[in-house]
Design a protein around this ligand. Sequence first.
Ligand code: PRP
Length: 244
Amino acid sequence: MLFAASSNRWLRIAGFLLYFRSGVQTRVLTQHCVEETCEVQSRFRSGDEMPKTRATKRGPKEPKDRVRVLITARRIRERILALAKQIRKDFPGEKLHLVSVLKGGVFFLTDLARHIPGEVSFDFIAVASYGQNTHSSGQVRLTRDLDSSIEGRTVIVVEDILDTGMTLQYLLRLFQQRKPKHLRVAVLLDKPERRIAAVHADYVGFTIPNEFVVGYGLDYSERYRNLPYVGVLQLGSGAKVENE
Ligand code: PRP
């Protein structure tokens, strides 16, 4: 009896160790924040490629990217709460249809939607830009349309950032043709210095300077979207980050 119990325990321990040795590679994003500057780096937890990595001679360390916090997660939360209240106050008792632009606007949409009391539905649209100098070329095209009609509905376009305004200009033209009852725009960040198109947002979270920002949905080559705050990206290489 005693032998069976202790051999079971050893089997469990052996299984646990095996699990870690053959585990799937897990990429973990670690952040070390000192005052208002965070170093963001990727490291790998136990997995198949670990032994190879250990065996290879390490070259000189690559300088890490840095993200300087511009707007803390707390300030974002508080501001979104206020915007949600304001939106409901402006449309009391109305069903609100929030439309977000993939992918960056999704974080803002979900947080905003959770704080607007009453009936709220949402939908998503995706656009792409032609050419290298993307938005400023003005060539925006639709890559994913909405799932449902917006005719007669109170629509709020929810964007993470209003930059040159070319995306918003395209969307507003498109949506106006579909005859919504009301069409409004909510943006978390407004960067007026970069504006090319004559568009404006009805609800603005924060007006920011002309710096390359990441976090809370905003990316640099698909990275940093998951940061809970908005920060200014400084590349480890010292190169200037090209604007959104
Ligand atoms: C960003 C942002 C807006 C657009 C604003 O999207 O989400 O949709 O740029 O820029 P504009 O005012 O200059 O047109 P991006 O193309 O980076 O795609 P993403 O949301 O998938 O990151």
